[in-house]
Design a protein around this ligand. Structure first.
Ligand SMILES: [Zn+2]
Length: 403
């Protein structure tokens, strides 16, 4: 039930947001930041929301305090009324006692006047007078006494009526206070639920602020400036200079247009190694893609590397085995896989072999920039190819024996 009320409060708060009182924190996440400057703007927005939540909280708290105060006052008033009712009751019983007492007194007084045991005391008393003057005096005296008690009893009876009316009035007041307390308590429950929802949102905002601060800290450590596109920032290892992809080898086919097959050769072929010879990353970076093309290329590994601050995509083709995983960080000591490259009928069924390789060799290509070499980026990857010979290989046919 509490939960249901909380959800309703949240809905109400969301409505308040629509009317501009709150900005619901999820709104910030909807937008994607492109650089650190934008991340910082989002953080500022979150902090502004936190402020708004804090003032909403303060506002709700003061409303809660006011309601509690009203309830306290109503209870105090009820306590006072209880005392007044008690007083009225006491007055009534006191008056009732006084009336009984007055009646007894009156009887006693009449008895005092009694001169015979006959029934009509008063008459005996009066007719017993010895003279007219005494008779008149006796009549007057009895009248006065009678009036006195009559008045006294009337006054007391009036007082009882007055106090009974007061009691009715006080009970009414008490009922009003009780219903006021119920109203205040309901309002207080609502405010408490509202407070709970505000606290939950505030917690959400706090956790978003912490996450945003972490994100900013992270990107500050990997971006070169606050305006650099986040997608281009990296903390992958970098190289300063190139190493060769194999310990030993010779270039057997050059990069570029080849006359013998009348085609563009997108890389160099490195021969002089037996099948299964390790192939290394020639620069530090990350495994960007692993593919297999049986038509031409076989098992292929693509690397995203950074050399002297410049990003490159490398391709290794015709591999016998692949020993790295997608997104794996690589250094120049990482073995990516091994040399393959036969496409003879006996080897062809082996995984990794393709139709355009004749003899064990590594096809090795370099492109400037990072491409995921998928359907969309393939042509960009090819058009940005550079001649790997520029990265420090001896002339075609000349062996090297260290990387
Ligand atoms: Zn090749």
């Amino acid at each position: 039930m509490k939960r249901a009320i909380s959800i309703i409060s949240r809905v109400l708060l969301s409505l308040l947001f629509i009317f501009g009182y709150f900005i619901y924190p999820d709104m910030v996440q909807a937008k994607k930041a492109n650089n650190i400057v934008e991340l910082k703007e989002q953080l500022a927005e979150l902090q502004a929301q936190k402020q708004k939540q804090a003032s909403a909280k303060a506002q709700t708290q003061s409303e809660i305090n006011a309601k509690k105060n009203s309830i306290y006052k109503a209870y105090q008033e009820k306590e006072n009324i209880k005392g007044e009712v008690e007083d009225a009751k006491n007055k009534i019983s006191e008056s009732e006692e006084s009336i009984s007492k007055a009646k007894v007194d009156f009887d006693n007084v009449l008895k005092y006047y009694q001169v015979s045991s006959k029934n009509n005391n008063y008459l005996e008393y009066v007719t017993d007078a010895s003279s007219t003057t005494e008779l008149i005096m006796r009549i007057k005296a009895v009248e006065r006494v009678t009036d006195y008690y009559k008045n006294k009893i009337t006054t007391l009876k009036n007082l009882i009526v007055e106090k009974q009316n007061l009691q009715v009035e006080l009970n009414e007041k008490d009922n009003q206070l009780s219903s006021a307390i119920t109203t205040y308590s309901n309002a207080l429950d609502e405010l408490n639920d509202q407070m709970e929802a505000i606290d939950e949102i505030a917690e959400d905002i706090d956790s978003q602020i912490r996450a945003q601060e972490e994100t900013i800290k992270y990107y500050k450590s990997i971006c070169e400036s606050e305006t650099q596109a986040l997608s281009t920032c990296t903390n992958d290892p970098q190289s300063f200079g190139w190493r060769k992809p194999t310990v030993k080898g010779r270039v057997s086919s050059l990069f570029g247009y080849r006359t013998f097959d009348n085609a563009f050769h997108p890389g160099i072929d490195i021969s002089g190694n037996a099948e299964g010879t390790p192939e290394y990353a020639s620069a530090a970076g990350r495994v960007a893609a692993i593919t297999h093309r049986s038509n031409c290329g076989g098992n292929m590994v693509y690397l995203h590397v950074t050399v002297n601050g410049q990003k490159y995509t490398l391709v290794y083709a015709h591999m016998l085995e692949i020993k790295v995983k997608l997104n794996q960080i690589v250094t120049t000591d990482t073995v990516l896989g091994t040399v393959g490259g036969y496409s003879t009928s006996t080897h062809y069924s082996k995984s990794g072999y393709d139709r355009c390789a004749y003899g064990a060799h590594l096809h090795y290509g370099i492109s400037t920039g990072w491409y995921h070499v998928d359907y969309h980026t393939w042509s960009s990857f090819i058009s940005h190819m550079i001649d790997p010979m520029k990265t420090g290989f001896p002339s075609k046919g000349v062996y090297w024996y260290k990387r």
